[in-house]
Design a protein around this ligand. Sequence first.
Ligand SMILES: [Zn+2]
Length: 168
Amino acid sequence: MKAISEKKICSMCRITKSVKDFYKSKKTIDGLISECKKCCRKRSDRAAKERPWRNFGYKAKGRCNNKNTKSFKYYGAVGIKYKLTTPEIKGMWFRDKAYLMKKPSIDRINPKGDYELSNCRFLELSENSRIGSLGNHRKLGKYKAVVTPSALAARRLTARKRLKEMMR
Ligand SMILES: [Zn+2]
């Protein structure tokens, strides 16, 4: 049995730390990752900054393939498939200028379609959820409520103005 007080040197920062400060791994002989938790976190933070599009792929893939994901029931369970590749997401990232967005998110243009290049784009998260709730309104027959009476009146007014101009 291994003692809890066992120590290990981190391959990155070279500090001797308790084995509790290392993540477990099935690939190594001692069952631990060679870098300490702190260094691992630093490395993944750096990777996320350098290649931010990768995390979006991991998350979307999880929603489609991993039954333990919270939102699996809205994705994988209803047959939505993940068909994107990392280079495709990278292409979308620059095409849609996702780096300029506050909170970019992957939007499926056809909400019933798969995660594939022809059906995906990066969208500001707030915009993405707005479209989502609009869809719900439509489904529930509440879509008409989105057009307010004043907006409707304004629309009628411009239509009347245009008509007048045409008659001149
Ligand atoms: Zn370290």
